[in-house]
Design a protein around this ligand. Structure first.
Ligand SMILES: Cc1cc2nc3c(=O)[nH]c(=O)nc-3n(C[C@H](O)[C@H](O)[C@H](O)COP(=O)(O)O)c2cc1C
Length: 361
């Protein structure tokens, strides 16, 4: 009942479990792994429209930044997220996405980072619905002219702070300007990523706009997902911190929602998946960068594993693929005492804390 296909403007998706944009994590290697595990739609992290419009060559095929924009091999459909406060730069940046053929373009109206909000972009747009509307209009025009009319979507927060819950005004302005879907992270900018997200606001938004509403906030387990669908009536939802180190959450949620059996992956399977992610990232970014970048991801994958702290300590020094392989062998051959069987149960909240203090997105 809750798991079903979804239509976003002209885009048809088979299911409604999405991977949220998470800066520093949702590169194409991780998105690829999430798709394997059943994610129905994926978002890139936020990309600066100003940087893209000013220096398109930096995002050319030979530059590592392209990995932000490039779709993964198994990523039949994906959405590129842009941020900015200047409708002209947003138009130009969206037009330049032609080379990447995104299936949708998302406008970020939720990033709480001062570097972004002080330019009027990200969550600052929650205070300026008129500007948000003009930005959406510009991106829609660019999509019609250069991207084959792919849907333009927005991702908003509840508001700037508790005294200014502007989600409905912002969403309506975006929809009137042509947005085909609205994702709501039901926290205010002031909350950043702390406190509890207020799902009643998602339910309220569902009753106010005619385009699909995607719920976001505090989705750390399949049961959370089921509860969000039930309590809010949202058309789709997006896992963010709950998917970090736990891409299996997509398959688990699908199984729960469709009444199919699901077997929790063993420690060995979890770590092998992570190792595969490292290899995918190495192909994109080279061994040195990939090994550095993957430390935090490996830590997320090892949350809840017995003696994980010792393992994470070793990971902080991992510089090469061989270092990772050694750590993996150490765990899987049983020398570490962790073993290749199921290990301990993963507590749902543990993986969640990984990026909790994130100051991005
Ligand atoms: C480290 C980090 C980076 C994020 N980056 C982005 C981003 O680039 N764009 C965006 O729209 N949201 C971003 N978000 C917000 C998430 O997409 C999501 O809405 C939020 O984390 C709430 O979901 P959760 O409580 O289930 O994690 C980020 C969140 C975190 C923790």
């Amino acid at each position: 009942m809750f798991y079903h296909p979804i239509q976003i403007g002209s885009l048809s998706l088979d299911g409604n479990l999405f991977l949220a944009p998470v800066a520093g994590y949702t590169d194409r290697a991780f998105r690829s792994i999430c798709i394997e595990q059943g994610a129905d739609f994926t978002f890139t992290e936020l990309v600066s429209s100003e940087a893209l419009a000013r220096n398109p060559h930096l995002y050319g095929a030979e530059n590592s930044k392209t990995n932000i924009l490039r779709r993964a091999d198994n990523e039949a459909r994906y959405c590129v997220q842009l941020f900015g406060a200047n409708p002209d730069a947003m138009f130009k940046a969206a037009a330049l996405l032609e080379a990447w053929r995104p299936s949708a373009v998302d406008v970020n109206a939720g990033c709480p980072v001062p570097k972004v909000t002080k330019t009027g972009a990200g969550a600052a747009l929650m205070k300026t619905p008129g500007l948000l509307g003009r930005i959406v209009e510009s991106v829609v025009r660019a999509s019609e002219q250069f991207l084959g009319g792919v849907p333009v979507t927005v991702k908003i927060r509840s508001g700037w702070d508790l005294d200014s819950l502007s989600y409905a005004t912002a969403a309506i302005a975006a929809v009137e300007a042509g947005a085909a879907m609205v994702s709501l992270h039901s926290r205010t900018r002031a909350q950043v990523y702390t406190g509890k997200s207020d799902w009643s606001l998602i339910a309220d938004l569902v009753s106010r706009i005619r385009v699909p509403v995607v719920g976001s906030g505090d989705l750390y387990s399949a049961h959370d997902a089921e509860r969000m669908f039930r309590e809010t009536g949202c058309a789709a939802l997006m896992f963010a911190r709950g998917a970090l180190g736990n891409p299996f959450i997509f398959a688990e949620t699908r199984a729960l929602l469709t009444g199919l059996p699901w077997v929790r992956p063993s420690v060995a399977e979890r770590l092998e998946t992570c190792f595969r992610q490292l290899m995918l990232l190495t192909r994109d970014a080279g061994e040195k960068i990939a090994c550095r970048e993957m430390r935090k991801q490996f830590c997320a994958y090892t949350r809840g594993i017995e003696r994980g702290a010792e393992m994470r300590n070793r990971l902080t020094h991992a510089e090469t693929i061989d270092d990772y392989r050694e750590i993996l062998d150490w765990i899987l051959t049983g020398e570490s005492g962790i073993g290749g069987a199921n290990g301990e149960g993963r507590s749902d909240s543990e993986g969640a804390e990984e990026a909790g203090g994130g100051d991005t997105g």
